[in-house]
Design a protein around this ligand. Structure first.
Ligand code: HEM
Length: 267
């Protein structure tokens, strides 16, 4: 309780300036950086479905430790543990962000009026960050809980069934929008806040970073929507066989001679 008040007011009980707000700010940045970079990797992993079902299957099995246990004995619990860790970091990040939300309608109105008066782009970005962050409290939690408790159902058919037959696609649509805006604005604000790429001309660097930020947002949104469409297509085609697990095409493990003999080609 004491540290909560200290974190909020920035003053200790003895009236000295507290270091806690700075520490909490550092943790908020660190957890945000982890989640932002994690999401880049995550989107690339999920989008492997655009290459082929087999490729997505192989990558999924790899996360389940197939390189140690083999494909048939892989351990989805490893994915559940990873999700649990990400979930904890996600909750810590969201909890720390709560300090920055206006706590009364009056505070909210004052902030809105100042934003309109300032006409400052980065202040508007802060609002997008707050709205999308708020949406992710709910949307992200549902996704993480579902994936954590049914990690064994990740795969070309399992994921597509979840999207279509289990009706997750509307949630993913909203989550995708929120996460891509939130993530890239967050990474941009982090680089400005901590001056990571500050050169001689900080203003010019900021303008460049802003362009990169938009490019990253557009790239991941296009990739995300295309990926979502691919899963929905598979999910619709697979509706009648809901629950069936994907197995890579048998021909994959055959060599060229065996293939020719199946096809009746003789050299
Ligand atoms: C270790 C943690 C995570 C794992 C293993 C994971 C796994 C997955 C998988 C397998 C899918 C494909 C659909 C499905 O099977 O239901 C997916 C989609 C998605 N995930 Fe995650 N996820 C994780 C964390 C997150 C987080 C933290 C967020 C954002 C808050 C997120 C946002 C999304 C979005 C937006 C999609 C839809 C992507 C698209 O269709 O383009 N995921 N995730």
């Amino acid at each position: 309780m004491r540290s909560l008040i200290e974190g909020y007011l920035g003053v200790t009980e003895e009236g000295r300036k507290s270091r806690l707000p700075a520490k909490l700010d550092w943790w908020q940045s660190a957890t945000g950086l982890f989640l932002g970079l994690f999401m880049w990797g995550h989107m690339l992993f999920v989008s492997t479905i655009l290459i082929s079902n087999d490729f997505m299957y192989t990558v999924t099995k790899m996360f389940e430790g197939s390189f140690i246990f083999g494909d048939d004995n892989s351990k989805p619990i490893l994915v559940s543990i990873a999700v649990f860790i990400v979930f904890v970091i996600f909750i810590v990040h969201a909890g720390l962000a709560l300090r920055k939300f206006p706590s009364t309608y009056k505070q909210y109105k004052i902030m809105k009026t100042h934003t309109a008066a300032l006409k400052h782009d980065d202040t508007k970005l802060w609002f997008i960050q707050a709205y999308t962050g708020f949406a992710m409290f709910f949307l992200g939690s549902v996704h993480l809980y579902v994936i954590m408790t049914s990690a064994d159902k990740i795969g070309p058919y399992g994921s597509a069934d979840r999207m279509v037959s289990d009706w997750m696609w509307p949630l993913y649509l909203l989550l995708l929008l929120a996460v891509e805006l939130h993530g890239s604005i967050g990474l941009y604000r982090l680089s400005v806040k901590w001056g990571w790429f500050d050169g001689k001309d900080a203003k010019a660097t900021r303008a460049k970073l802003k362009k990169i930020k938009w490019a990253v947002t557009v790239f991941f949104l296009v990739l995300g929507f295309t990926t979502l469409a691919a899963y929905i297509k598979i999910g619709l085609e697979h509706k009648a066989n809901y629950g069936e697990r994907y197995h890579p095409a048998q021909t994959q493990s055959l060599n060229q001679t065996q293939l020719y003999s199946i096809q009746g080609v003789h050299s």
